[in-house]
Every structure is written in C-alpha cells, then in structure tokens.
Design a protein around this ligand. Structure first.
Ligand code: FES
Length: 140
C-alpha cells in the first residue's frame, strides 16, 4: 500500500460526548463521535485508560463504507495509525507502511505484530466502540 492514495488521518483528538453517554448499551460501550464527523475527517483518535496498562489511544476509521476501531499505536515503533492512509478495510502505518486489517487488527504484510481491534457499531448516526474494562481519558 505504500504510495497509494487514500483518505488520510486526522490530526486532532475528538472528545465528542463523554463517557456519560455509555448508556443503555452497557458500561463498556462508548459513544465516541458522530458518523458525519468521522466521514469528514477519515480518522479520529481517542484516549482510554486501562486499569492495568494505563493510557493508550484508539483510532477510529472510516474507509468509505464502514467504521472501525483499532489500537492507534503501531506495534512496530508506535506510529500513529490515524495519520496513515486508509483504503477499503485497511490502514497503512505512516512511518514504515505496515498494513493492518481494520476489522481484525491483523498485520497483513507481517511487517510487525498484530494490533488490537475493537467492536464498532454505528447507531443512529453515532459511532460506538466497545472497550471492555476501560474508561475514557479526557485531558482536563
Ligand atoms: S512504526 Fe508502524 S511500521 Fe514502523
């Protein structure tokens, strides 16, 4: 995928609604952004806090057909995947071009380790991501 053209990731964190919106769907479900915002920017990044491993980022992607969420730090040398080019079903790391399956997190070219994929769903034009046992980290 190096050299390909595609939707490029977005630079800024999006706060969207807070964790308060993790309503009837369950405490592990997070309403992260509007589908319209995601479609407009191509990718967004959100900070979470794991009780054991601490803070990390989840990248949320729009590939032209579906929304996906995977760990935003590339397992190779921590490139921010939300800055990488997106093509249908895949994103390439902006640093060394490892290619990840957006649905499964698998590193398709075996350049590095697989990453974590999160269950993602669009409900009434909002993008929800299931992140079991974690909480949103929003800078104060
Ligand atoms: S940091 Fe992602 S491929 Fe090297």
């Amino acid at each position: 995928m190096p050299g390909s053209s595609g939707i490029h990731g977005v630079e800024s964190m999006s706060d969207g609604p807070t964790a308060d919106a993790a309503s009837a769907a369950g405490a592990d479900d997070f309403d992260l952004c509007s589908l319209e915002e995601l479609k407009g920017k191509g990718a967004l990044r959100f900070e979470f806090k794991d009780p054991t491993h601490g803070r990390h980022e989840i990248g949320v992607f729009w590939d032209g057909e579906s929304a996906y969420a995977i760990e935003n730090y590339c397992p190779h040398e921590f490139g921010l995947l939300s800055y990488g080019p997106v093509e249908p079903g895949v994103v390439a790391c902006p640093l060394h071009a490892a290619v990840f399956d957006l649905k499964t997190g698998e590193c398709l070219d075996k350049y590095t380790y697989d990453t974590v994929a999160y269950e993602t769903e669009v409900r009434e034009d909002r993008v929800w991501v299931k992140v079991p046992g974690e909480e949103r980290f929003i800078r104060g």
